[in-house]
Design a protein around this ligand. Structure first.
Ligand code: PLP
Length: 390
């Protein structure tokens, strides 16, 4: 079969399954708003939980950084790309989160690939929560280690997997706050079981950092654990982009030898590192933003309950509405758009089959009126698409 033929077939199959993914060209239009083809929408689909992506302090730091250091690092960190802004950000992150070391990556996806890829060897086992992010599961399945998944957020399930004998080392992998469900992992139980088995725990806190815990230090801090490996990402609550691994000194030294993403990839732009240091300050001092987010979540959940919507137990900014059917999820997203609310339908394979959903996200920048508009739109859209039953 030719490449062209295979590509055409794969696209056609996606189309038939109602699973063709398409990007929409958007223009940001003030906090919490986007424009699409001239229309203005309230944005309930992004991950900018604290609304920092257009924060004046962070934009200014980026501009100052670019003026001082230029727009690119010019090389990998192992060549000439490790600059003062990178070192300062690594130090600030390590101090903030209570680890000896932090290593910067260009993206959370890259960080997960790099860390799991460099650590996991033949004979090791990786035990991952079944709903872990694609970047974690992919890294694990590409590694020479054996990948087993445990039932979502169920320490007993992990316990059973740990009971079977392992040849090599054990790495347990979970998210702090799950990206598509918004629920939090039982981190202390997972960490305890992992430690009893002599393994290491990796927590990817992409959706917890900045939002959960004191000063926004994340899910682990909130639940009182310090996993051996902590991944934080900066494209969500930090409003920017990039990621970091928090770990001990020898693990950092090891990764600097063996993590190819650190060795063969251009370092993060120094101006971005400066922006991230400003974002870290905004996050640390962001109690008012977190309080507003909590208020918005409460207002949404209360309103949704009154409308009889089937909410999940999530208490975070991610408030999914599980629809089940792919086509129906798409129709709902479209009906919400007609009502001025931008919400995305998430379908398999991003989520398990039969659990297509609207992934509604709330931010600190939404107003009470925004939330009420969303609730009203949901009520109407459900009436239109599902026939009045939520
Ligand atoms: C978004 C996300 C990532 C990827 O992070 P990027 O910096 O966007 O590449 C990794 N893990 C989880 C859980 C995520 O939600």
């Amino acid at each position: 079969m030719s490449w062209q033929h295979r590509i055409a077939e794969a696209l056609q199959a996606r189309q038939q399954q109602q699973r063709l993914r398409q990007r929409s060209l958007l223009l940001p239009d003030g906090a919490g708003w986007v424009r699409h083809e001239g229309e203005r929408y309230r944005n309930f689909a992004g991950n900018d939980y604290l609304g920092l992506s257009d924060d004046a302090r962070i934009v200014h730091a980026w501009q100052q950084g670019a003026a001082r250091y230029g727009v690119g690092a010019g090389a990998s960190g192992h060549v000439t790309g490790y600059l003062q802004p990178h070192a300062a950000l690594e130090r600030a992150l390590a101090e903030w989160l209570g680890y000896p070391c932090a290593l910067l990556f260009n993206a959370g996806y890259a960080a997960n690939q790099a860390v799991i890829g460099a650590l996991a060897a033949q004979g090791d086992r990786i035990l991952a929560d079944k709903l872990s992010h694609a970047s974690l599961l992919e890294a694990a399945s590409l590694s020479p280690a054996t990948l087993r998944r445990f039932a979502h957020n169920q320490p007993e399930s992990l316990h059973r997997l740990l009971a079977s004998p392992a040849g090599g080392d054990t790495l347990v992998v979970t998210e702090g706050v799950f990206s598509m469900d918004g629920d939090s992992a039982p981190l202390s139980a997972l960490h305890q079981l992992t430690q009893q088995a002599g393994g290491w725990l990796l927590v990817d806190d992409a959706h917890g950092i900045g939002v959960q815990g004191e000063q926004g230090r994340g899910s682990c801090w909130q639940q009182g654990i310090r996993p051996e490996l902590l991944i934080v990402t900066f494209g969500k609550a930090f409003g920017v982009s990039g990621a970091a691994l928090l770990c001990d000194r020898s693990t950092a030294d090891y990764l600097l030898q063996f993590a190819r993403h650190l060795i063969y990839s251009t370092a993060m732009p120094p101006a971005q590192a400066e922006a991230l240091r400003a974002a870290l300050e905004a996050v640390r001092q962001g109690d008012d933003l977190r309080a507003r987010l909590v208020e918005n979540i409460a207002r949404f959940r209360h309103g949704a309950q009154q409308l009889g919507l089937a909410l999940t137990p999530s208490t975070t900014a991610i408030q999914p509405l599980i629809v089940g059917d792919d086509a129906q999820a798409l129709a709902l997203a479209s009906a919400l758009r007609q009502r001025g609310c931008w919400v995305t339908a998430i379908r398999p394979p991003t989520v398990p089959p039969g659990t297509a959903r609207l992934r509604i996200t709330l931010t600190a920048r939404h107003t009470a009126e925004d939330i009420d508009r969303l609730l009203e739109a949901l009520h109407e859209a459900l009436g239109q698409v599902v026939g009045g039953v939520a």
